[in-house]
Design a protein around this ligand. Structure first.
Ligand code: PMP
Length: 386
């Protein structure tokens, strides 16, 4: 079904930061499945974990415990300090679970309060409830009527949040960095103020870390830069390193689900949990995040230099979730197309994402090398010059 515009090329295989199409062309990939392939394409650690698990147990069903899901829940609890975990097949499903948990919590503890304050330009997924929670321009016209109960505040504007709070408010949900909006950071002071406000009023603070989690920002969780710990956190994308898994994590005191409240045939699937365990092993290995952080600084500095040359900027984001603002309308779309289309023969193409028509987003593998970043910056600089 024609749900998005795609180039003609058909992609067949990849290795690390490189991707090949069926016509033999090759590409340096700074999109990585939309910020998914934490360890790049076909990482041996994930490949081996999947192969080994496929030979042991593919699926036991959500009505039975399986060892991989139990192990992953314990790992994530230890790493996040959020004691309870529920696994899903995608980021949107994890957020859908967070919304349900907040509404249940409101029923049990807040006299039926159910409204969740979300933000302009936020992105939380494409189920009906997560589309309703999103503030993506253009979504408001689609698939009416929406799910009610998601008043929108402005990011980094505490007064706009406070103005929406009423007796029906139960939670605040936001991304530590709005990825789809074009890499817009929630300021540390704003997150700290939100934490205080939520504590004073007895509201849940919920972070959507589907894009920022698992090392993407140079630290394991996006919230670590602010020191603000949420009550509920969702993961997806980078958690499985290419295998489709999401997670809903919550403090013990918040976890009020009872049997029958939430479920899904593939939720807690051991194959996907095995992939996530392999990703977490790699990302938490000594030196891994420091290295990714260095690559992020290298890319940031290179983009900053390009921005200075163009008289544009600023470069946005942290770690390996970065964006470059270009001066002309539509320029990011044109540059991304040019860079992809220049693949031929021994000459590679470059895959970057025009997250907005005038803004390029860079979400390479956390394992990208210094040489690959230099090459990407050179190709980008040449294309911008042309
Ligand atoms: N939340 C955020 C912050 C995201 O960036 C995305 C995906 N772009 C989602 C949720 C939805 O995740 P999925 O596509 O896996 O449902």
């Amino acid at each position: 079904m024609p749900t998005t515009q795609r180039p003609e090329a058909v992609f067949t295989h990849g290795q690390g930061s490189w991707l090949w199409s069926s016509d033999g062309r090759h590409y340096l990939d700074l999109v990585q499945g939309w910020a998914v392939n934490t360890l790049g394409h076909a990482p041996p650690a994930v490949t081996q974990a999947l192969a080994a698990q496929a030979g042991r147990l593919l699926q036991a069903g959500p009505g039975l415990y399986n060892d991989r899901a139990v192990e992953l829940a314990a790992r994530l609890a230890g790493l996040s300090g959020l004691e309870r975990a529920y696994f899903t097949g995608s980021g949107a499903e994890a957020n859908e679970g967070a919304i349900k948990l907040a509404r249940k919590w409101g029923q049990v503890h807040r006299g039926g309060a159910h409204q969740i304050i979300t933000f302009d330009n936020a992105f939380h997924g494409r189920t009906l409830a997560t589309m309703s929670a999103s503030g993506k321009p253009g979504f408001e016209r689609l698939f009416e009527p929406k799910v009610p109960g998601f008043p929108k505040a402005r990011l980094n504007d505490l007064a706009s949040v406070a103005a929406l709070i009423g007796p029906q408010t139960v939670a605040v949900l936001l991304e530590p960095i709005q990825g789809e909006a074009g890499v817009i950071e929630a300021e540390a002071g704003f997150l700290q103020d939100l934490r205080r406000l939520c504590d004073e009023l007895g509201l849940l603070l919920m972070f959507d870390e589907v894009q920022t989690g698992v090392g993407r920002t140079g630290q394991l969780w996006g919230w670590q830069a602010s020191g603000v710990k949420p009550d509920v956190m969702t993961l997806g994308k980078g958690l499985g390193g290419g295998a489709p898994i999401g997670a809903l994590l919550a403090r013990e005191a918040v976890c009020c689900f009872a049997p029958g409240d939430q479920g899904g045939t593939y939720h807690g699937n051991p194959l996907m949990c095995a992939a996530a365990l392999a990703v977490l092993d790699a990302v938490t290995a000594p030196g891994f995040l420091a290295q990714a952080q260095q690559r992020g600084e290298q890319l940031h500095a290179g983009l900053q230099a390009l921005a200075r040359g163009l008289g544009s900027g600023p470069v946005r984001g942290r770690g390996l979730l970065l964006a470059l603002e270009l001066p002309q309308p539509g320029q990011a779309t044109r540059v991304a197309e040019t860079l992809r289309a220049q693949a031929r023969g021994s000459q590679p193409g470059l895959l970057v994402n025009a997250v907005r028509p005038e803004r390029l987003r860079f979400v390479p593998a956390l394992t990208i090398s210094a040489g690959e970043i230099d090459l990407a910056l050179k190709m980008l600089g040449d294309a911008l010059q042309r």
